[in-house]
Design a protein around this ligand. Structure first.
Ligand code: CAO
Length: 572
């Protein structure tokens, strides 16, 4: 198996066409000629087929990229011996075309039907009735007219699309070979057309008709047998790429494979796609009323009207956009409306001001941050003994030290050791903060608030304890200032005074991690020879998986545990 770069084949004179759909992904097993991407110009959309079969190793393009002939689409672990093998004659033509793209046009020996017709109208500068015919559309035959894009009386620009035709493989817009006023449309919806068929009569100056294509390509095409049905669509014949104006790349499409992801492409003409894009209408949500469920312009209009009237909602508005919709919703069922009073007496209370503010913030953080929580234990036997001794010594001063003060200090040390936990995500950058402000969740009668110990790295345990008790009191009294609640780089939520074992704290955005602590208890811990009664503190570290990885979180907890087990490590 060899690695093969699959490139954009000859797509005529189209350049820098945008990728509007990527139809395969790494790991996919694809067949030769399976559609890989859909590209779109302002006139036509086309699917680009693979030249090989195999397994997609790497995609080299993404939505919105601009492609031209030769752009690398993907790298394939090819399972077939070589490229999808067009008929030898066709290969020859493609090769010839590639090597003589800019061949100067000698005097034209043969004109395309559209151009030939355009000249039948009369003199060089006089207004004339110009017949516009179906130009060379490869070997597509009996393609159905599915859209009329102009009507009699319309002023038509040179190369303006007149009709859309569709085969079972591709749709294409047929451009006008002349400018003027449309006198007559010669085709109707559902008509089958072929190369050379009369589409319209335009009143204009013959001099405004489209220039003929390079004659070299024409002569080449005339000398080349038509591709076999098997090879049709694998590559555009040279004549198509040059002469067929904008419709021809569409004719170069690979046969559409129903089993391929291409089935996801909504069935609509390029102009309807463009129209939908301009309005921001998600085409995949529009029901098509045209033949074979094709989406017509009026379907897009009706969809827009329904949304404006409130009769319909886009999936994005309904919440399926997730983060893309700003976390507006998750596409969940509506909230159940229950008459609780039916089942017993109820009392209604307004949410507190703090809850009203905190609720949406917590909800956003919970929904938008990919949380992971690592649980661990810390042996705080010696630390607790030290704390109790300290409190005994400080009885008179009135400063009470709780485990939380030690935790704040220990967390600063861990954050210095693992700086990504002391950061914020800003687009595609991580902002690492070189200051250590530790917030702590405080339970108050009105709800949860998070006062912040600023510059905790510069403060001792006693100072932290003093500040904490002042801030906790202010919190309970509802007297915290916004400054006292801002600037945290990491938060600790301690339920130690209350109970519990472990829990999943919600990260306080834009921070990237939060430590939850529960009540310590004495447990039998195996010391290698026997069980020892040890005081064990349960730790729960929630972290943002966009910034932090599990291994780092496990190391953070282990480091923290080691410090709490022996606080002298703070000095190291
Ligand atoms: N294990 C065992 N006991 C603990 C402990 C722990 N991890 N943490 C504290 N304690 C003890 C204290 O030592 C104290 O004991 P004494 O009264 O015997 O001295 C008692 O519990 C009460 O401590 P405290 O909770 O008042 O003090 P603190 O410094 O630990 O916490 C504060 C202060 C403001 C953080 C806390 O009062 C609080 O509000 N905690 C709730 C935080 C919260 O709600 N988090 C949930 C967020 S998610 O909804």
């Amino acid at each position: 198996m060899a690695s093969v770069e699959v490139k954009v084949p000859d797509i005529g004179d189209f350049k820098d066409v945008a990728v509007i759909e990527v139809l395969v992904q790494p790991g996919d097993r694809i067949k030769p000629e399976q559609s890989l991407v859909t590209v779109e110009s302002d006139k036509a959309s086309m699917e680009i087929p693979s030249s090989h079969g195999g397994v997609v190793k790497e995609l080299k393009i993404k939505l919105g990229d601009k492609l031209s002939e030769g752009s690398v689409l993907l790298v394939l672990e090819a399972s077939d011996a070589g490229a999808a093998s067009p008929a030898p004659a066709e290969q020859g033509r493609v090769g010839a075309q590639a090597s003589t793209p800019a061949a100067p046009a000698p005097s034209a020996p043969a004109l395309a039907p559209a151009q030939a017709s355009a000249r039948t109208g009369g003199g060089e500068s006089q207004p004339a009735a110009i017949e516009v015919r179906v130009p060379d559309i490869g070997d597509f035959k009996d393609v159905a007219v599915i859209e009329l894009l102009v009507k009699p009386g319309d002023a038509v620009r040179l190369e303006q699309s007149l009709i859309t035709v569709e085969s079972d493989k591709a749709s294409m817009e047929i451009p006008s070979s002349a400018a003027g006023v449309l006198k007559e449309l010669k085709v109707g919806l559902g008509d089958k057309v072929n190369i050379g068929d009369l589409i319209a009569v335009i009143e204009g100056a013959a001099g405004e008709s489209a220039a003929p294509p390079p004659a070299a390509a024409r002569a080449e095409a005339a000398a080349t047998p038509a591709p076999s049905p098997e090879t049709a669509g694998k590559a555009a014949p040279a004549s198509q790429g040059r002469a067929g104006e904008r419709i021809l790349p569409t004719a170069a499409l690979a046969p559409h494979e129903p089993a391929a992801p291409a089935g996801k492409l909504p069935h609509a003409s390029p102009s309807v796609r463009k129209f939908a894009r301009e309005l921001g209408v998600p085409l995949e949500e529009v029901r098509g009323s045209g033949p074979k469920g094709r989406i017509l312009q009026e379907d897009v209009q009706n969809f827009t009207k329904a949304v404006m009237r409130g009769d319909a909602r886009t999936q994005m508005a309904a919440g399926k956009g997730g983060a893309a919709a700003g976390g507006a919703g998750l596409g969940l069922l509506p909230w159940p409306e229950v008459d609780f009073a039916k089942f017993g007496p109820v009392e209604r209370k307004d949410l507190s001001r703090i809850r009203k503010i905190a609720g949406p913030n917590l909800h956003r953080n919970w929904v938008m941050i990919p949380h992971v929580t690592n649980h661990d234990d810390a042996d705080i036997t010696e630390l607790e003994a030290f704390r109790l001794q300290l409190n005994k010594e400080n009885e008179k001063s009135g400063v009470k030290v709780t485990m939380l003060a030690f935790l704040i200090k220990a967390c600063v040390a861990a954050l210095k050791q693992f700086p990504e936990f002391n950061s914020s995500l800003d687009g595609e950058q991580v902002v690492l903060k070189r200051y250590w402000n530790i917030g702590f969740a405080a339970d108050t009668p009105n709800g949860l608030v998070v006062p912040v110990i600023k510059e905790a790295d510069r403060k001792g345990i006693l100072q932290i304890s003093t500040e904490m008790s002042e801030l906790a009191k202010k919190a309970r009294d509802g007297k915290l200032s916004p400054t006292e609640m801002s600037g945290a780089t990491f938060t600790i939520s301690s339920l130690g005074g209350i109970g519990g074992r472990y829990f999943t704290p919600i990260i306080n955005a834009p921070e990237v991690a939060i430590l939850g602590v529960c009540r310590s208890r004495t447990e039998p811990v195996w010391d290698g020879q026997q069980f020892q009664p040890r005081l064990v503190l349960p730790l729960s570290l929630s972290w943002d998986h966009r910034v932090v990885d599990g291994a780092a979180a496990a190391r953070f907890n282990a480091f923290l545990g080691a410090i709490l087990a022996d606080f002298r490590r703070m000095l190291l």
